[in-house]
Ligand binder design. Structure first.
Ligand code: HAM
Length: 411
């Protein structure tokens, strides 16, 4: 888990702003959900057999003995929120979110225990065209922030009627290989065959590469759905690669799944992932369909996301020699800020040299200096820090001071 300082957060804010701007062009509004949820919100939706549920969730009992979990992802929380709000069947809603997620994974480059996602969910309807638009919006965002060196991988997991055929084909294939696969895969072989396809260990990857393609096992309806998605992407001029064994690490997906990988990232090369899903919340009668994605902010920045990031620009530093001047400067700073200027006022009663050094540290264009003499005469010394020139201005003439601050200080 990392701390973020202002030189980093400016880059984050810029990415977040780009996401807000672009997602709102597609009719998405922001949703904010709690970081903590009841554990069962995640158990069934993400899937008992997934790595997230098996090994990674931060789960604990609160004082009332309720099992709570720090959200490991955003989709289940969003669906829980919409279910709570009573979204009616057939109603559709577009929401986006950004914020911290928690997974107790082994830390690595690009893998954090508290990481941050920007995600979007289009909930309520089933349509391959919605899947295409969702992927297009994700790629639009990546283009906008300059993450271009990427590949889009797509696949289909079919719907619930395809499950048996796919499982039978996977079982027939892995029967002959499971003895040479890792311990986790041996367990998955007994409990959830699909999860084997998501194993990242080197030894297993080779075997998995020979597994039957999922798309080949789909019924005609699901194949047609997937074709419409692929055609739609082509019509928009979006390049993609069908990865016939992509299943993604969460069990709620049905039909389309996709991932964006970036060449610059090494082993943790997924900057974003998503797909179509069906989630039944605890206590709900019906599954709610949706399509969405999430991007990892840390990985976006590693993948070279460019941002229009500027540290706050301070126009002036108010220097005060003596308590009287320090107090008066706080009032002057308030007036200048109210008029739109960015100023810093010294709060420590220390010498002129130390205060000028502080002003230089902030790279301000002007220092506004007052001591007892200036207070008595009702003036402020305005020192141009760039060309070492100084002038005197009436302390009550805020307009004159603002006019000087509006100047870039180089004259
Ligand atoms: P996910 O693939 O688990 O999907 O996570 C999405 C992205 O979050 C990943 O591509 C990666 O960039 C980032 N990420 C995941 N784990 C970590 C980590 N430990 N450290 C740093 N970054 C990480 C989901 O979470 C789904 N909820 C996406 C979705 C939304 N599907 C449908 N709607």
């Amino acid at each position: 888990m990392s701390d973020l300082f202002p030189t980093e957060t400016v880059r984050w804010q810029s990415l977040e702003q780009s996401a807000r701007d672009i997602f709102s062009q597609y009719g998405y509004g922001e949703i904010r959900t709690p970081l903590l949820e009841r554990t069962d919100v995640f158990l069934r939706s993400i899937g008992q057999e997934t790595d997230i549920v098996q090994k990674e969730m931060y789960t604990f009992n609160d004082r009332g003995g309720r099992s709570l979990t720090l959200r490991p992802e955003g989709t289940a929380s969003v669906l829980r929120a919409l279910a709570n709000a009573g979204i009616s069947q057939g109603e559709s809603l577009r929401v986006y979110y950004m914020g911290p997620m928690f997974r107790g994974e082994r830390p690595a480059a690009g893998r954090k225990r508290q990481f941050h996602q920007i995600g979007a969910e289009n909930v309520g309807r089933v349509s391959p065209h919605a899947d295409v638009e969702c992927i297009a919006m994700l790629l639009h965002f990546l283009r906008e922030i300059g993450v271009c060196d990427t590949a889009l991988l797509v696949n289909s997991r079919g719907d619930r009627y395809d499950r048996d055929a796919i499982s039978t084909a996977l079982k027939a294939y892995f029967d002959g290989h499971i003895a040479r696969m890792c311990e986790d895969c041996s367990r998955r072989y007994r409990t959830n065959l699909w999860r084997i396809l998501d194993c990242k260990s080197d030894a297993c990857s080779e075997i998995i590469a020979g597994a039957p393609s999922i798309v080949d096992q789909l019924g005609t309806g699901s194949q047609a759905y997937f074709r419409t998605v692929c055609d739609g992407l082509s019509r928009l001029g979006l390049d993609y690669v069908v990865d016939p064994r992509l299943v993604r690490g969460l069990d709620y997906y049905a039909h389309t799944v996709f991932e964006i990988t970036s060449t610059g990232l090494g082993a943790q090369n997924a900057v974003a992932g998503g797909g179509r899903y069906e989630i039944t919340m605890p206590g709900a009668k019906h599954a709610v369909p949706g399509v969405g994605f999430a991007l990892g902010i840390e990985r976006l920045l590693m993948a070279g996301a460019s941002s229009q990031a500027f540290l706050p620009d301070v126009d002036a530093y108010l220097i005060g020699i003596g308590d009287e001047a320090l107090t008066a400067n706080l009032a002057l700073a308030a007036s200048l800020r109210e008029a739109g200027a960015s100023v810093l006022a010294e709060t420590e009663n220390r010498g002129l040299k130390a205060q000028l050094r502080a002003a230089n540290k902030y790279d301000v264009r002007y220092a506004l200096i007052r001591g007892d003499d200036e207070i008595d005469r009702g003036v402020v010394q305005v020192k141009n820090m760039k060309i070492a020139a100084q002038s005197e201005v009436s302390a009550t003439d805020v307009d004159a001071l603002l006019a000087i601050l509006a100047d870039d200080g180089r004259r």
